[in-house]
Design a protein around this ligand. Structure first.
Ligand SMILES: Cc1cc2nc3c(=O)[nH]c(=O)nc-3n(C[C@H](O)[C@H](O)[C@H](O)COP(=O)(O)OP(=O)(O)OC[C@H]3O[C@@H](n4cnc5c(N)ncnc54)[C@H](O)[C@@H]3O)c2cc1C
Length: 483
């Protein structure tokens, strides 16, 4: 195991900074976390963005590493399927995987707090709040941050009520810090990343997609969840969608994803109570009665942007998704076993970049693909047919054939490998769907069952042979009835 003596400064105490602090602290490093905001435990619960998150295999692997996986397996609410609320009022259930496979809905704030609590138990880990990192000289491993000190304002010392007064009276001072390693976990608009832009051979791109999101809330009804609890609910409407994830307090966090501006309307057009009400009732009539004072929430809650950030060399824990970022931490910790921190830091960071750049870039693609799938494809018959074919193939062939969703959420396969494998599988499924669709059009379920059943089987066998390292797997004859 590599040595663990060294001083590490983490910028940002969000989910990823807190997780990294805990993992590195457990390894014995002296860790200081600088966070620009006040301690979230002192702030009102609503952060304005994604109150709950879907946690799956990669994220759980990270939590297992720091000894908290079982806590969140128990605490998270299992979601076994997408529950689709169609525009015509009908509903359907689309399982995520094989029976029992599920993702977990977890509370962002609680998870963040629990990670910080565990990290703070370690004598070698400390958090400094109200510490806004301004400048970084990454070559000298030197940081400058603006610290805010509470002045004696004569207030009641409370956190929310007294805050406005104390902010005005706070002293600000610039502080400096030298360290052995700087870890950027400061989110989408990272100051650490900005400092790296000046360095040579650092590639960077960012793209705001034309869509944003707004959070609404669905409270409990008669002390019970207002919708079936163990699903991720989706109202797919093509260019926009509403989703709802269950919370421990029996509410659902509801999020509207939509373009800012679009020919058929967008966030920018919904600027009066009447327009908001008309839009919501015409598109989500079954959800609206459960959304409480949604018009007020709509106006109060900010519309958040959706941004894709890609970098390489990639020496920081990125914010492309909690699950993938927790996996970044797992990878970094594994590499620490191979490369001693004191003597082989350059190789350690090089190996980290080499491993995580392809994976991180794949996550950016997967996230976008998933967004389009959720808001648009989940309402399509062809998509459902394709899902069923993939489900059957996975049920019959096990690990030889896994749908992309299953690889991403139920395994810890690196994301880029999941994408590559899925592209191969896609070609097979697309051919199969095409055959089925043209078979059905040509007429006759009988013909489809008998003729295309073997055609599918033979197409699948040859493609699977290549997936299976040249060994032909046993592919049972597929029939219409089995699909
Ligand atoms: C609507 C929505 C839904 C999502 N759903 C999921 C999901 O279901 N599953 C999933 O895995 N991911 C999801 N994500 C992504 C997930 O929220 C992020 O990947 C995750 O929050 C990243 O965590 P982080 O700690 O890197 O960044 P952040 O949570 O942004 O934390 C960064 C921290 O750094 C601090 N900071 C910023 N600048 C400075 C500075 N200069 N000095 C000091 N501190 C600083 C900030 O105050 C903040 O506390 C979702 C995101 C959105 C927007």
């Amino acid at each position: 195991m590599g040595d663990s003596t060294g001083d590490i400064t983490i910028v940002g105490a969000g989910l990823v900074g807190a997780m990294a602090a805990l993992a590195l602290g457990q390894r014995g490093f002296k860790v200081t976390v600088l966070e620009s905001m006040p301690d979230i435990r002192t702030l009102p619960a609503y952060s304005g963005r994604s109150i709950n998150l879907a946690l799956s295999a990669h994220g759980l692997e990270g939590l297992d590493l720091v000894g908290m996986g079982d806590e969140w397996r128990e605490r998270g609410i299992p979601m076994y399927s997408r529950f689709i609320h169609n525009a015509d009022g009908s509903t359907s259930i689309q399982p995520y995987g094989q029976p029992g496979e599920h993702i977990l809905s977890v509370d962002r704030r609680l998870l963040n707090i629990r990670l910080m609590e565990e990290a703070e138990k370690l004598p070698n880990v400390s958090f400094v709040f109200n510490a806004n990192v301004r400048e970084i000289d990454y070559k000298k491993k030197h940081l400058v941050f603006e610290a805010q000190e509470e002045a004696n304002d004569g207030g009641d010392g409370g956190h929310s009520g007294a805050q406005t007064t104390s902010v005005a009276l706070r002293k600000r001072s610039l502080m400096e810090r030298d360290t052995d390693l700087i870890v950027g976990a400061d989110g989408a608009y990272s100051a650490v990343r900005t400092s790296l832009l000046k360095s040579r051979r650092f590639n960077y791109s960012q793209e705001f997609i034309d869509h944003g999101y707004k959070e609404l809330n669905m409270v409990a009804v008669d002390d019970d969840w207002a919708l079936a609890k163990n699903h991720l609910h989706i109202w797919p409407r093509g260019s926009f969608m509403l989703i709802a994830l269950p919370n421990e307090d029996k509410s659902f966090t509801v999020t509207l994803f939509m373009p800012y501006a679009a020919a058929d309307g967008g966030f920018n057009d919904l600027d009066t109570d009447e327009k908001i009400e008309a839009f919501m009732t015409s598109n989500f009539p079954d959800a609206v009665p459960l959304l409480g004072n949604y018009v007020s929430d709509f106006k109060t809650n900010r519309t958040g942007p959706l941004i894709t950030v890609k970098c390489s060399r990639y020496h920081y824990f990125d914010s492309v998704g909690m699950n993938s970022s927790f996996q970044d931490v797992v990878k970094f910790m594994a590499l620490l076993d191979e490369y001693p921190f004191r003597t082989a830091r350059r190789s350690l960071l090089g190996a980290y970049s080499a491993a995580q750049v392809p994976s991180g870039h794949a996550v950016a693609r997967i996230a976008l693909m998933n967004y389009i799938e959720m808001r648009s494809h989940t309402a399509s018959t062809l998509f459902l047919l394709r899902k069923r074919i993939e489900g059957v193939l996975h049920a019959v062939l096990g690990d030889v054939w896994r749908p992309l969703y299953s690889m991403v959420h139920f395994t810890t396969m690196p994301y880029h490998m999941a994408l590559e494998r899925s592209a191969k599988q896609d070609r097979i499924v697309a051919g199969t769907v095409w055959l089925l669709a043209s078979g059905a059009a040509a007429g006759g379920a009988w013909a489809v069952a008998h003729f295309f059943g073997s055609a599918i089987a033979s197409a699948a066998t040859s493609a699977l042979t290549s997936l299976n390292g040249g060994v032909a797997p046993k592919v049972p004859r597929l029939t219409w009835a089995r699909l």
